[in-house]
Structure formats: structure tokens, C-alpha cells
Design a protein around this ligand. Structure first.
Ligand code: NCD
Length: 307
């Protein structure tokens, strides 16, 4: 049984295969419009989401399958005290595959150990978000033409940002990637991520200044300060607007910079940047649906039969 709990659950070859398949789907989506007929995806979201849940659901519907699930812990039996293990055991009787988002680190792993259907971790607390990582890899590849030899800056909440932790882990397997970690002192990348970078022999630096880092970046990955993971409102209010990317700052950036953001955005990218040709975060959203179509096919073991 294959799950996607961590981006490293897929080998580099499998990731290439998946990204290749996503691009095949982009070229001819109709060809895939019935391949999941009769299959069901459950989306079990214990935390808010717009893009991730809807893109998983759109992905399954676009493959001809159907979807069921819940979009908040309040509307599930979690409010009655049911465990994740029990919930997924029941859901696996209704669905062929499930995507789960949960505020606790490791919740998707618990689910995977408690059922016999593939589980996709759609975000577990401040830990990982591997389907977003696949989306990000596809976006980098489509815009840079390669998944190696570039300098990427991660800016904002590197402490709680699971998309950051997840993408860094995945990128450590590719050659020549340099990491610039841009955050205030309080929101620095956790040491376990830095240890992973050191073990992989990756080059990385830390700075608090976006202005300093910007001119040398090939990719800039902006992030939202993760309000829901803060222990007190005061700290959040103090840190939330530390970085605001605007056109003036972007004057010093490369012409072929790729600006990414997993979204939702709050204030960290000024809306005027949306019209800058370097802004790719809405393309990133589109890529997310295709990558998730490819992922569903791969985990259900359907993709091979198509090629
Ligand atoms: C991210 C998440 O949920 O971790 N959103 C997403 O899935 N695209 C980022 C965020 O919430 O800031």
C-alpha cells in the first residue's frame, strides 16, 4: 500500500514520473476524464482549506470519480471524541483513497496505519504538506525548465510553514540548489530542517532581510505568517507584516525570478505584484489540480495502464 505522508515517500524517479504524467494531463485532460469511474476520494479536513480540498475534489471529479467527506472537525464525529484511527477505519469502507488535513503532526501517519486505502497527507500541523510540494516542484520545473542549479529564497514564517519544510526536504535530493532562509528571529526554520540540509551537504544561509537576498534569487517562495499556530495574538500581530513584497522591492530582482506562494496570501505580497510577469502563484494553483490528478492515478495504480 502506497501512501503520500512525506515528500520522501516518493523516489526522485517517481516524482519525475508523476510530474511527467501531470504534464500529459495538462496537454490532453479529456483523455483522463473517465479513468477513475466508480472510484471515490474522501477528503477529511479537520482544518480550514480552500485550494487543497477543492483541488483534490476537482482532481477526482475531472478523472470521472466521485468525492465525499467533511470540511471541518466540527462537522465530523471528532467533536464527539472519535479518534482519527476509528474515523479512517470507517471511511475506508466508503472510499478508495483519502486526503486528510489535521492540526496535529503525524495525524495522517496514524490514519495510514489504521486502514487499507492510500492516504494523502494534505497538511499535518506545522509539519509537512507533500501534495503542495509536488505542485511546487511542477511549478518550478515549468518555469525554470529544471529542478537543479538554482537559488531559492524562502521568506516569512519558516518556523510553522509546513509547505516550506516539505519543499526543502524534497529539494535536498536535487543538485546545486542553494537555500536562502529569510525570516525574523522568532520564525526561523526549525533546527531539524537545518540538520537535514547539512546532512545533504546543501548550501544555505539565513538572513532577516528580504532586500538583501532578493537580487540573487532565481525563485522566491513567500509564505503567510501562520496565525493559527501562534500561542499568543500579540506575537502574531507584531510579526505578521514583517515582509511585504511590492513592485518597488522587485526592481532589484532578476527578470526571470519566479515568485511563488502556496496561498492564501494575507499582506505579504502586495496585490500590484499580481500583474508582474514574474508572479506565478496563481499558475501554481492551477498546477495543483493536475498534480493531484496524477497523484490519485499513481496511488490507485491506474496511471501505468494509460501510457
Ligand atoms: C498552505 C497550508 O495549508 O499549509 N496552504 C495551502 O495548502 N496551499 C499554506 C498556508 O496556509 O499558509
Amino acid at each position: 500500500m502506497k501512501h503520500l505522508l512525506n515528500p520522501l515517500d516518493l523516489s526522485v524517479d517517481e516524482i519525475y514520473e508523476l510530474i511527467y504524467l501531470a504534464q500529459e494531463i495538462i496537454k490532453d485532460p479529456k483523455k483522463y476524464s473517465k479513468v477513475c469511474e466508480g472510484k471515490k476520494l474522501a477528503t477529511l479536513f479537520y482544518e480550514p482549506s480552500t485550494r487543497t480540498r477543492l483541488s483534490f475534489e476537482a482532481a477526482m471529479l475531472n478523472l470521472g470519480g466521485s468525492v465525499l467527506g467533511f470540511h471541518s472537525a466540527d462537522s465530523s464525529s471528532a467533536t464527539k471524541g472519535e479518534s482519527v484511527a476509528d474515523t479512517i477505519r470507517v471511511v475506508s469502507g466508503y472510499a478508495d483513497i483519502a486526503a486528510m488535513r489535521h492540526p496535529k503532526e503525524g495525524a495522517a501517519l496514524v490514519a495510514a496505519n489504521s486502514c487499507n486505502i492510500p492516504i494523502i497527507n494534505a497538511g499535518d500541523g506545522g509539519h509537512l504538506h507533500p501534495s503542495q510540494t509536488l505542485t511546487d516542484l511542477l511549478t518550478i520545473l515549468r518555469n525554470k525548465g529544471r529542478l537543479k542549479n538554482f537559488r531559492i529564497g524562502f521568506c516569512g514564517d519558516l518556523k510553522f510553514g509546513r509547505t516550506v519544510h516539505s519543499l526543502i526536504l524534497a529539494l535536498l535530493r536535487y543538485e546545486g540548489i542553494e537555500f536562502v532562509l529569510i525570516s525574523p528571529e522568532e520564525l526561523k526554520l526549525p533546527s531539524y530542517n537545518k540538520n537535514a540540509m547539512d546532512e545533504a551537504g546543501a548550501k544555505w544561509i539565513e538572513t532577516a532581510s528580504l532586500e538583501y537576498a532578493l537580487p540573487d534569487l532565481d525563485v522566491l517562495y513567500m509564505t503567510r505568517v501562520q496565525k493559527e499556530r501562534f500561542f499568543n495574538e500579540e506575537d502574531y500581530v507584531r510579526l505578521k507584516d514583517t515582509y511585504i513584497l511590492d513592485e518597488q522591492k522587485l526592481e532589484s530582482a532578476k527578470d526571470d525570478l519566479v515568485i511563488m506562494h502556496p496561498l492564501p496570501r494575507v499582506n505579504e505580497i502586495s496585490v500590484e505584484v499580481d500583474n508582474d510577469p514574474r508572479a506565478k502563484y496563481f499558475d501554481q494553483v492551477k498546477n495543483g489540480r493536475y498534480v493531484r490528478m496524477a497523484l490519485i492515478l499513481m496511488l490507485l495504480g491506474i496511471e501505468g495502464g494509460l501510457r
